[in-house]
Design a protein. Structure first.
Length: 219
């Protein structure tokens, strides 16, 4: 089954991205809109837009938590149509995709993940969505397509271990055992302390007869 990031992890992804790129975004938008609104007017517009998107996202999340999927679709559509450049639209699509998987509608989840891969903001959201899309495709028996999807990713800073593990799972399902083992070893090597399930990776490698050092790291 697909491994899902929780809300905290999603928030951390967005926070890190904005810390690295926030200044450039602000400068670019100020230049773009300064002649029309002025800086103060732009600030007010930005705050109002963020608040409106946040409210739509919160309502949608509450409806999903109450298993009111159909009702939540209206809020999701508003986010997608009116706030597509907001991180809330991407997070909403990821939440909606998870909800679709929970009611056994993987085809609809695939479409939502593809939307984020194509239009996600910030860039880290695209990376998250691509990994989840590959996992869903694998679960659906579409391993070759899953591998193509995963390999089409560009830079994935911070996600190397997760991508390598998914690649290993896909290659294993395709019977490409040597490549799968290499992918699992890569995942183990790049896995940060406290992130991911190191024991699960070690178990996968041991089941394939890989030699794992006593410290649990690959070398």
């Amino acid at each position: 089954m697909v491994e899902i990031y929780d809300a905290h992890e999603q928030g951390e992804v967005v926070k890190r991205w904005l810390q690295e790129n926030g200044s450039a975004i602000v400068i670019g938008l100020v230049i773009a809109f300064g002649g029309l609104f002025g800086f103060k007017q732009w600030q007010s517009w930005q705050v109002n837009t963020r608040q409106e998107a946040s409210q739509q996202f919160e309502v949608m999340s509450e409806l999903l938590a109450a298993n009111q999927l159909d009702a939540a679709m209206a809020n999701f559509q508003t986010l997608r149509d009116d706030y597509s450049k907001s991180p809330y639209a991407s997070m909403a699509a990821l939440h909606m995709a998870r909800a679709r998987l929970e009611v056994n509608q993987p085809d609809l989840a695939v479409g939502l993940y593809e939307y984020v891969v194509e239009h996600g903001y910030p860039k880290a959201m695209k990376v998250v969505a691509r990994e989840r899309l590959a996992r869903v495709l694998l679960d659906m028996g579409r391993a070759e397509e899953a591998l193509t999807t995963l390999n089409a990713a560009g830079e994935i800073p911070g996600f190397e271990a997760r991508y390598a593990e998914v690649r290993g799972d896909i290659l294993y399902s395709l019977g490409r055992m040597d490549e799968a083992q290499a992918a699992y070893l890569e995942s183990l090597e790049t896995l940060e302390a406290g992130a991911g399930d190191r024991n699960k990776l070690i178990m996968k490698l041991q089941s394939m007869g890989a030699d794992i050092p006593e410290d649990g790291s690959a070398s």
